[in-house]
Each structure stands twice: as C-alpha cells, then as structure tokens.
Design a protein around this ligand. Structure first.
Ligand code: HSE
Length: 433
C-alpha cells in the first residue's frame, strides 16, 4: 500500500480533531483510498501541555524546519492559525515541493493570491476546505460538483458563536450581554469574543467565498461589517412580530458587472431555509443557474467536524499524489474577474426609532423616506405601556433601496425634532431569495 506522509503544524483544537479523525477511521480511509496516510511529525511548541490525546512523543518537534525541510513529507497541514508566521511556513513548504492543506481563513483572506500563485509555480496543490464553515464541504462543492454553474448570490450563516447567541436571545427573550456571558461560561464564546461578535471571522470567510464564487478579490477590511452587539431583545421581538428571525449573514451578490458584499445582522423571513439554522450551526445558501437553490447545513466549528474537512483535503491530495498527477491546475481561488465592488449594495431594511407620541411624526418620517424615493412596506407603532414615558417605538420596513439613499433619509429623520433616537437599522433578506 502506498504511504503518504503528512507533517502537521499545530496541535490545538483543530490539530487534535484532525489527528483523531484520521486515527478513528484509518481502516475506512485505507479501504476507500488504497493508501496509508500517516501524520508523521507535528510542530508542538508546548509538548508539556496535555492535549487529551495519545500521540507518540517522537512525532513532536519544536523546530518547524524538521517538518518543512523533511524530504519524506508529502503534505503539510497548517493549523497554527493567524496570518503570520503561518503564511511564511505555507509558502516555504510549497517552495520545497510540498502540498499544503490549511484551515486558516485569516491567512487565506489576506494572502490567498500569493499562496495560490506560489502553489501553481511550484506544481503543488493548495487546499483549504476547513477555512469556511468548518465541517460543511462548501468549497469542494463550489469548486468541483457545481463548477458548471454561475451564481448570482451566496449568503451564509458563517459564524457559530453569533448564531448560538442570537438563537438564545430569540428563544428566551434575553439580552445580548446576558447570553454572551452564558456562552462564554459554557465555552461557546471566546474570553475575547470580538472576532466573532463583531463579524470579523465571518468577514474572512466571506472574502474567501467571494473569490471562489465570483473570482473577485474583496479583502475582509473592505467588506461593510456590523456585528451583533447592537442587537437588542426589542429588535428580536419586533422581528418576530413581523415574521422574521435575526441572523448574522455574510452575503455576496453579483448584479451585472457589480459585486456587493456585507456581513451584518439581518431579518430573515421565517419561511427562508436560513431561518431554521439554530444554535452553533452554520449554513450556506446559494442559487446556481443550472442547479437552482441549494443550502448546505452543518457544524462550522469543533475539533472533529473541522478535522473531517481537513482530512477530506488531505485524502484528495493523497489520491492525486498516488495517481502521479501533473499538479498544474488553475488555482481554486481566483482574483481576476472584471467586476466592480460597490460595498453593501441594495436591500430592504428594518428601521427602529424612538419618537414622541405627537401628531405629525409618522408623516414627517414617511416624507423623509419618500424624498429619497424609498417606499415603505410595513409600519408599526406600539403604544407605550409606561404612561410616564412619552416616547414610543416606531418600526418601519422599507422596500429595496440603495444603502446610500437610506443613509440620506436617516440623516433627514434625525433632524425631525420629535424623533428621539434611531435605535437600529438592519438589513432584511430579500423576499425573493
Ligand atoms: N469562531 C468560529 C465560530 C469558528 O464561532 O463559528 C471558527 O471559524
């Protein structure tokens, strides 16, 4: 049986999950592939740390050169995370003729072009299934099974931590801060949750999807990004009354020669498949011009689901090695489409205001929308049960408009003296999606 040697950089959560996924299923992998795949060396800078897994000590090294420069190693699996030194290690491995598999969304979002070019120049494969939506095989599906399709939109729940928090807020009517604390105590959210709750993690994933689906380079820092920390139980409650659930969506859309991208909390109609994605689960929804609508659903994080995706790539690369492939493929990530990035683009929106309960407020706000050509779809005014408060919540859902036009309308609404505060503005997922 042909043997494939793998060197792994990092033995944290994903590293232990990858090792376990292979060890638990070694015979299955051998019988399905006819190959003996072995993780022969592991970069571990803290060998004293208990990883809760039984790995022979001789596999560990603290010296990355023992892996990157070892001619017997065929594939490098990079799982140390962060942009550097991960990118440097991957480039060095490729220049040494090694195929590279990674789960590192930040490094790909920042340096995908250089990594892809270097892989091509050195006739090696570069694979990164685990970088987007963990265990869901979305990258393989887009780049293999669905290659014939043109897509006009990809929209996903790409972050499990925020979906867990929003689900708990929706189910139990609780405040964001309470639920976040709980999620941290249960290990569903990091001690520093910024990357997840402010949408940065989803932004890296959306940047990768935009390159795969549209061939367009949009860096995470260029994507209009809003996290979930501004969502209140009031927003969740009003969304529910209107027949929606609030979800953090990463979305990229093509319209003619233009691409719009955003990461932001949005109202998702209850009958849209994304509305049923709860707790820490991820999902990616897309529509191909041949296949029509598809939704992929599964675990976007966790050692074994992510390890499953990493091993899927390792096995694909191993099969190509065994076949004696030429390794001169066109990179999966593409950055050459003749398209213009336009920011957030157009959408329907939810706007929540606090206003004084006096004559003429509603018509003044409606006039501000009308001046920008924005059509109101739904309006709701709730009488305040607390008679000592004369401010009442006023909620609008407006039909599809350009975000810039909405901003102009909001500027004019802020100047209406009876409007106390614009509490929140959220995207509403297109009805036709
Ligand atoms: N922290 C991410 C999430 C998983 O909560 O989905 C890794 O990307």
């Amino acid at each position: 049986m042909k043997k494939i040697n793998v060197g792994m950089l990092g033995i944290g959560n994903i590293g232990t999950g990858t090792y376990r996924a292979l060890e638990q299923n070694k015979e299955t992998v051998e019988s399905r592939t006819g190959l003996s795949i072995e993780i022969v060396k592991i970069l571990n800078r803290h060998p004293e740390k208990d990883r809760g897994i039984d790995i022979p000590k001789e596999k560990y090294t603290a010296d990355v050169s023992e892996i990157l420069d070892d001619p017997s190693i065929d594939i490098i699996v990079e799982l140390i995370g962060g942009i550097e030194p991960a990118t440097e290690y991957m480039l060095r491995a490729m220049k040494n003729g090694k195929h590279v598999v990674t789960a590192n969304k930040a490094a790909i979002a920042a340096n995908g072009e250089e990594l892809s070019r270097t892989a091509m120049e050195n006739h090696v494969l570069f694979r990164f299934e685990a970088s987007v939506a963990g265990g869901i095989p979305i990258i393989n599906s887009i780049t293999q099974a669905l290659t014939v399709n043109q897509f006009d939109e990809v929209t996903g729940i790409l972050n499990g931590t925020t979906n867990y928090i929003l689900t708990a807020m929706t189910e139990f009517g609780r405040d964001y801060k309470d639920v976040l604390k709980d999620a941290q105590a249960k290990g569903f959210a990091e001690a520093d949750p910024t990357a997840d709750v402010e949408g940065l993690d989803a932004g890296n994933k959306l940047s990768i999807l935009t390159s795969l689906v549209f061939g367009m380079k949009v860096l995470p820092e260029e994507i209009p990004t809003n996290g979930i920390s501004s969502i209140t139980k009031e927003d969740i409650g009003f969304a529910k009354d209107f027949g929606y659930k609030i979800k953090l969506l990463g979305s990229a859309k093509q319209d003619g020669k233009e691409i719009a991208c955003s990461v932001e909390p949005a109202l998702v109609p209850n009958d849209h498949p994304l509305a049923s994605v709860e707790n820490e689960f991820n999902a990616v929804f897309l529509t191909g011009n041949a296949v029509d609508k598809l939704m992929f659903y599964g675990r976007g994080a966790g050692p074994l689901p992510t390890g499953s995706a990493v091993m899927g790539d390792v096995i694909e690369v191993s099969r190509s090695i065994a076949k004696g492939a030429a390794f001169d493929e066109v990179p999966l990530l593409r950055y050459d489409a003749d398209l213009t990035f336009i920011g957030e683009g157009t959408s329907s929106y939810y706007i929540r205001l606090d206003a004084s309960d006096i004559p003429g407020v509603l018509s003044a706000v409606a006039d501000s929308f009308a001046e920008q050509g924005i059509s109101i779809k739904t309006v709701l005014q709730r009488a305040n049960s607390d008679s000592s408060q004369d401010a009442v919540p006023l909620i609008f859902i407006v039909h599809k408009t350009d975000r810039n036009m909405l901003n102009l309308a909001l500027e004019s609404i802020k100047k209406i003296s009876a409007v106390r505060e614009i509490k929140n503005v959220l995207r509403v997922l297109d009805e036709e999606a």
